[in-house]
Design a protein around this ligand. Structure first.
Ligand code: ZN
Length: 59
C-alpha cells in the first residue's frame, strides 16, 4: 500500500483503473511530475477537472 500525497489515504497502486485515472496518471507524469504519489481517486478527480477547465491538455 502507498499513501496518497493529496488526500493522505492509503491506496493500492495495483488496483484497477478507470479511464479517468489513466488520463490522470498521464497528466501526473507529463504535467505535474508527481506520478506514483497520488491515489487513483485523486488522479481521477484531477483528470475530470482538467478535462472540464483546461482544454489545452486534451490533445
Ligand atoms: Zn488521494
Amino acid at each position: 500500500m502507498k499513501q496518497c500525497t493529496m488526500c493522505k489515504k492509503e491506496y493500492d497502486e495495483n488496483a484497477e483503473q478507470s479511464q479517468y485515472a489513466e488520463a490522470g496518471e498521464w497528466l501526473a507524469e507529463e504535467v505535474w511530475k508527481d506520478s506514483g504519489e497520488l491515489c487513483h481517486l485523486c488522479l481521477e478527480n484531477r483528470a475530470r477537472l482538467v478535462m472540464m477547465y483546461h482544454h489545452e491538455y486534451n490533445s
